[in-house]
Write a protein that binds this ligand. Structure first.
Ligand code: 13P
Length: 257
């Protein structure tokens, strides 16, 4: 990703429930990206739709495909799992790892780290999700974030930095109204804090190379301030990415900044 480009990621989660709808949402999104200069868009549908959307990309430069999870193992007896090697072989470029909805199912930092190492080895770009569940007045959430970042990146070298994106998603702001998203001032403080941790791990290069995205109730009304004042280099968009008109506006606003 070019440094000054914004990255807008659509996390469809477990939606929509039919191939017909998936195709419709994807084609509408594809239409928007054809003229973009300043924005790259990544669409992350459920696994079953990956071959479909992959076929439909039609060689468009600004639209990329991502998965929502991948196994920490390359192959073997892991029923229900999907290998990062398979994803890469199928043309997938990105994978979301450590989403709070997966952490809520029991995924630990250690598991996320193993998945990150395997995904990077397979040649995928990882979108590593971090975020505190709540904020306390004493600032314990800062230690929580530091631990999440550091323990998810154990053993990951500086050479991989170009393939790592951090998505900061405060759990309390996910799946709500736009007015419940984190305000840009608090977001900016947090993005700077995340950069400081990246600096402590990887030096200046780490701080500058790894894009930090924001996710949590992003919509067409709040995305401008989040991007221009919140210090985020992109967005991880959940429910608004399935509302094709809202997503079109988000992309257009990001492109105009
Ligand atoms: P919403 O945009 O629906 O709040 O979801 C955010 C998210 O979890 C994206 O990964």
């Amino acid at each position: 990703m070019k440094k000054d480009k914004k990255l807008i990621v659509a996390n469809w989660k477990m939606n929509p429930v039919t191939f017909v709808e998936a195709k419709e949402v994807f084609l509408k999104t594809r239409k928007v990206v054809s003229t973009l200069k300043n924005v790259d868009v990544v669409v992350c549908p459920p696994f079953v739709y990956l071959p479909l959307v992959q076929r439909l990309t039609g060689g468009k430069k600004h639209i990329h495909i991502g998965a929502q999870n991948s196994s920490s193992e390359d192959k073997g007896s892991y029923t229900g799992e999907v290998s990062p090697v398979m994803l890469r072989d199928g043309g997938v470029e990105y994978v979301i790892l450590g989403h709070s909805e997966r952490r809520a199912l029991g995924e630990t930092n250690e598991v996320v780290c193993r998945k990150a190492i395997s995904a990077l080895r397979a040649g995928l770009k990882i979108i590593l999700c971090i975020g505190e569940e709540f904020r306390d007045n004493q600032g314990a959430y800062l230690g929580f974030l530091e631990n999440q970042i550091k323990s998810s990146l154990v053993g990951i070298s500086r050479a991989s930095l170009g393939n790592i994106i951090i998505a900061y998603e405060p759990v309390f702001a996910i799946g709500k109204k736009e007015s419940d998203a984190m305000n840009p001032r608090e977001l900016l403080e947090t993005v700077l804090y995340i950069r400081k941790i990246l600096f402590s791990l990887y030096g200046k290069e780490g701080m500058e190379e790894v894009p930090v995205l924001y996710g949590g109730s992003v919509g067409e009304k709040n995305c401008r301030d989040i991007l221009s004042e919140g210090g985020a280099q992109g967005l991880l968009v959940g429910h608004a990415s399935l509302d094709t008109e809202a997503f079109r506006l988000i992309i257009k606003i990001a492109e105009s900044l």
